[in-house]
Every structure is written in structure tokens, then in C-alpha cells.
Design a protein around this ligand. Structure first.
Ligand code: HXC
Length: 516
């Protein structure tokens, strides 16, 4: 049978589509140790599930008449596929075509899959590798970004949005990932900045390399913009798949439930002795969390930024939960501005996507000092209060040691609407620590005493007897139960089960006005 020329033409076109910006540029991409957009998609998605959309779109000319070559796809591959059998919509920027830069048509393609993701209640995942706005297109490229940003904001809280950063993300382009739920970066390969090294050099004369300006290390430990990082593209894409296993496809679904291999009733005796009797000795809250949750299920987010706070996904008895806590061995678990921002955004992420919040509390309170006050600790601390008060998902808290002052109140306390409040026998619930309180309350009495030091000690001990335990708070109804630490896992698992049908009575309003 003769070959049908129309079919042959389609095959030729398809093969051109698959070549991206051509073999030379693919080799250049590989030489940099980077994968192509198509290779990335095949690692991200379940095998043979990807279906491409609009592969034949090309740019429609530019203001400077420079982009004479029209590459099908125009620098981004879009479509849908599956991750662990669930539908996701994807776009992967193709650096081999005009450096993956954003043109009017590229923006249209991205917006189209975003719209389909929203309409179908599926996550949208962007694989970013781009030189930013395509300079030749002028305002048309800029308008394209605006279309994307508007969708990022309007779809926020409806479908999960994840950016995997696999190369440059330069200029205002960084605002799309910043508007999304989670950013995963590849160490020493991806970077994000508003003003690139060339611009900085032109303006200030300073020569700075992209890595130290906006590499993964910067955004994971200094700016707090990225959420997770890995050493390779392969592990970043695998991490994206794993992250989605904690999240529902949209805001009206529940997160996936995994039949637990780890017994929800498991008790670990080591928890009963993990909090040292001496209040000045710290312990690892990470160890507490790892011991309580389903084995190896804790996925920490932003571990190196504001390390005095801990956030992350985990499973308990197979249920996805969001864990929030302090790390008492880092700055004593104090809440500072960055910790407040870190906790707030995560609480809201969990609330958007129906993940119950499990909060472990051990904090001496807000960080005192001129710098924190002048930088707005009131404004930032208020966000945590706002987020916990607003969250309608099941909320469970466990006070392990210090819950002093503001830390007691903001960290998922009962009258912020927390459903079940536990305390360990080591809990200390008070307006402030014993030493500070005694100095304020008994200043004159101590000065007048025959032996001021002995008097201070006596009064401090008396204060401790009263407040450095959970019994006073429990007797006044501020704690639902005092439990042995080893029981924590089974108590949380039972509470999660009991709170499954939680309903909320939120008043209709346009939206609240969270302090920012
Ligand atoms: C058009 C661009 C481009 C751009 C790169 N290219 N950036 N074309 N517009 N913004 C092209 C290059 O000319 C080259 O084309 C190809 O992409 C690969 O780029 P290289 O420079 O060869 O690659 P590399 O050495 O790896 O460097 C990548 C880079 C660098 C770090 C991204 O190209 C760069 O700094 N680009 C500018 C980044 C930037 O400042 N963007 C901000 C734009 S303003 P050929 O044909 O040779 O392969 C912006 C505002 C958005 O984004 C506002 C939204 C609110």
C-alpha cells in the first residue's frame, strides 16, 4: 500500500516537535549536565501516560523581527499524564528553544493547561528552565507572565501548584513559582532571582555569580523562598512525585490514605524519657516526630531556614497530616519572624488541602529584642494566630515542655479552635519562665530579704511547683488530657479518626485580611 503523504507529513512534524531546538542545543543541554524537557517529563510521570497538547504552536513573530526560526512548541511542552495513577497537568520549559524564554504563545500554552487542571481538579506541575521574558517580544511576553500570575493567585487553594526548578528562573518569572504552594530546587543547577548578575554588574559594578545570588542553598537557608532541594534532577522529580502522595488532587478531596504498615497503637518507651528533667538541657523534637509518625513518613519542608521551627508532611495511621513544631535544640525553639512566616504558610497550605494539623509545642515564646520588634514581630507573629484561628481542618496539639506566653497561645491552643489538646507530664504552661516571672513579681521582696539569692531560689521553686507542670492548665480545662509520651502516637491516631467528620461554620465573606 502506498504511503499516505498526509500521515507522512504529520510524522515529520512530530519528529521536528520531538527535536526541540535541534540536536546541537540538546547536546549543549546534556553537556551542562541537564536533561531535556522531554526526558524530565518521562521521569516525572508514570510510564506512557503523557499526552501532549498544542505541540505545533509557534511564536507569531516578534517586535524586533529577530526570532526568524519557528520551533514547534515555542519553548514549552504542555499536557497531562499521571503520577501514581492520578491525573496531573504539566508544563516543562524547553531550554533548547530560545532558552525556554516566555513568549506570548508560550504563556498561552501554560495558561491553557492551568485552566484544564483547575476545571478537572488536578494538580499543576511546572518544570522550570528559562531565561525569563523573551526580550524580542517586549510587552507581549510581560503580559504573558501577568496571565500566569493571575491564574496562580486565583487557583491557589483549589488545586496544588508545584514548581520544580531545574535551571534558571530569571527576572519576574520567579514570581510564578513564588505564588505556588511548593518549590523544589536542584542544588548547584537551578537559580532564582529578580535582578540577574548582568543587571547588578551594570548598575553597581559588582560581579556576583548566580549560585551565590539565588541558588538552592540561598533559597533553602536564607530567603525561605524554596521548600525542598535535592542534588540531582532525577531526585527532584522523584521528590515531586512523593510530595504529591501527601496531597489530594484538589480542595474538595481528602488526601490519599495509605494502609499503614506501622501499627497505629505502637508505643515507644524511649519517648517517656526523651525530655530531660533539667529544664536547661534540650532534646531533639525531630526525634520525637520521627518516633511518633508512621515509620520513615516524615517529609520535612524548609529544614535549613528558620530551623527553630519544624514543618513537614507525615502520615499517622495512614492519614496524611501536617506537622508543625519547634526545635528546642535550635535557639531554644523560640518563635522569631522567619519561624512565624514558615509556620503560617504551612498551616494555610494544610488547611487548603484538608490535611489535619498536628502541632508539637515546646517554645519559650517570641524572640525578644530591638531588631525583632523593629522588623515587625507583631505583624509576623499575628500571622500565626490568624492562620491557626482560620484553619478548619482537624487540629491536634501536644505540649511536650515549654508553652510560655505567646507561644502557648499561638501554637494551636484550645481557644484558637484546636480540637484536641494533649500535654505530656513535662509540660510547663505559664505566662513566662520561672526566673523571669519571679524577678518581676517579687523584685522588692527579694531585695529586702536577708539572703536575696536564697529567697529568689525559694520563690522560683514555688512558682515552678505551681506552673511548671500541666496540672494547673488541665484543672482549668485548657488541656484535654495529660498523656504519657509513649502513648502519643496511638492518641493522635485515635483523635484523627474521631475528627474525620469535622464540620466548620465559617461565616461567608469575600476574604479575610491576613497581616502580611
Ligand atoms: C531572549 C534569551 C533570553 C531572553 C536567554 N536567551 N535569555 N532570549 N530573551 N530573556 C537565549 C540566548 O540568547 C540563547 O540563544 C539561549 O537563550 C540560551 O541562552 P545562553 O545565554 O546561551 O545560556 P546560558 O549561558 O546557560 O545562560 C542562561 C541565562 C542567560 C543565565 C538564563 O541567558 C541570561 O542571563 N539570560 C537573561 C536572563 C534575564 O535577565 N531575564 C530576565 C528577563 S526580564 P541561542 O540562540 O544562542 O541559543 C523578565 C521580566 C519578567 O523576565 C517580568 C514578569 C513580572
Amino acid at each position: 500500500m502506498d504511503k499516505d503523504p498526509r500521515i507522512e507529513a504529520l510524522r515529520d512534524m512530530r519528529s521536528k516537535v520531538n527535536q526541540g531546538g535541534g540536536q546541537d542545543r540538546i547536546e549543549k543541554q546534556h553537556a551542562k549536565g541537564k536533561l531535556t524537557a522531554r526526558e524530565r517529563l518521562s521521569l516525572l510521570l508514570d510510564p506512557d501516560t503523557f499526552h501532549e497538547l498544542e505541540p505545533f504552536i509557534t511564536h507569531q513573530g516578534d517586535e524586533m523581527n529577530m526570532s526568524t526560526e519557528k520551533y514547534p512548541g515555542d519553548g514549552v511542552i504542555t499536557g497531562y499524564g499521571q503520577i501514581d495513577g492520578r491525573t496531573v497537568y504539566v508544563y516543562a520549559q524547553d531550554f533548547t528553544i530560545y532558552g525556554g524564554t516566555l513568549s506570548e504563545m508560550q504563556a498561552r500554552k501554560i495558561c491553557r493547561v492551568m485552566d484544564l487542571a483547575l476545571r478537572n481538579g488536578s494538580p499543576i506541575i511546572g518544570l522550570i528552565d528559562s531565561g525569563g521574558a523573551r526580550i524580542q517580544e517586549g510587552v507581549r511576553a510581560l503580559g504573558g507572565y501577568a496571565e500566569i500570575f493571575r491564574r496562580n493567585a486565583q487557583y491557589s487553594g483549589v488545586i496544588p501548584q508545584i514548581s520544580v526548578m531545574l535551571g534558571p528562573c530569571a527576572g519576574g518569572a520567579a514570581y510564578s513559582p513564588a505564588l505556588q504552594d511548593l518549590i523544589i530546587m536542584v542544588e548547584l543547577q537551578s537559580f532564582m532571582f529578580i535582578t540577574g548578575p548582568e543587571v547588578i554588574k551594570a548598575v553597581t559594578g559588582e560581579v556576583i555569580d548566580p549560585e551565590s545570588l539565588g541558588g538552592a542553598e540561598v533559597h533553602m537557608s536564607k530567603s525561605g523562598t524554596a521548600h525542598m532541594s535535592t542534588p540531582s534532577e532525577e531526585s527532584a522529580l522523584a521528590l515531586c512525585r512523593y510530595t504529591l502522595s501527601f496531597l489530594p488532587s484538589n480542595n474538595v478531596e481528602n488526601p490519599p490514605f495509605f494502609l499503614p504498615a506501622d501499627d497505629p497503637q505502637r508505643m515507644d518507651e524511649k519517648l517517656n524519657s526523651i525530655v530531660p528533667i533539667d529544664p536547661s538541657i534540650s532534646y531533639s523534637m525531630h526525634e520525637v516526630i520521627e518516633t511518633v509518625v508512621d515509620r520513615d513518613s516524615f517529609l520535612e519542608i524548609q529544614p535549613a531556614w528558620a530551623a527553630n521551627a519544624i514543618i513537614g508532611f507525615a502520615r499517622i495511621g495512614g492519614y496524611s497530616v501536617g506537622i508543625v513544631s519547634q526545635e528546642p535544640s535550635d535557639l531554644a525553639g523560640v518563635i522569631d519572624i522567619n519561624a512565624a512566616d514558615k509556620i503560617t504558610r504551612f498551616v494555610r497550605l494544610c488547611d487548603c488541602f484538608n490535611l489535619p494539623l498536628v502541632t508539637f509545642v515546646d517554645s519559650p515564646g517570641f524572640l525578644p529584642g530591638v531588631d525583632q520588634e523593629h522588623s515587625g514581630i507583631i505583624r509576623h507573629g499575628a500571622k500565626v494566630l490568624y492562620a491557626y484561628s482560620e484553619a478548619t481542618v482537624p487540629k491536634i496539639s501536644i505540649i511536650t515542655r515549654k508553652a510560655y506566653g505567646g507561644a502557648y497561645v499561638v501554637m494551636s491552643s484550645k481557644y484558637l479552635g484546636t480540637d484536641i489538646n494533649f500535654a505530656w507530664p513535662s509540660a510547663e504552661i505559664a505566662v513566662m519562665g520561672a526566673e523571669g516571672a519571679v524577678n518581676i513579681l517579687y523584685k522588692r521582696q527579694i531585695q529586702a530579704a536577708e539572703d536575696p539569692e536564697a529567697e529568689r531560689k525559694r520563690l522560683t521553686e514555688e512558682y515552678r511547683q505551681k506552673f511548671s507542670n500541666p496540672y494547673f492548665a488541665a484543672s482549668a480545662g485548657y488541656i484535654d488530657d495529660i498523656i504519657e509520651p509513649r502513648e502519643t502516637r496511638s492518641k493522635i491516631a485515635a483523635a484523627l479518626s474521631a475528627l474525620q467528620s469535622k464540620t466548620s461554620d465559617v461565616q461567608p465573606r469575600k476574604h479575610g485580611n491576613i497581616p502580611v
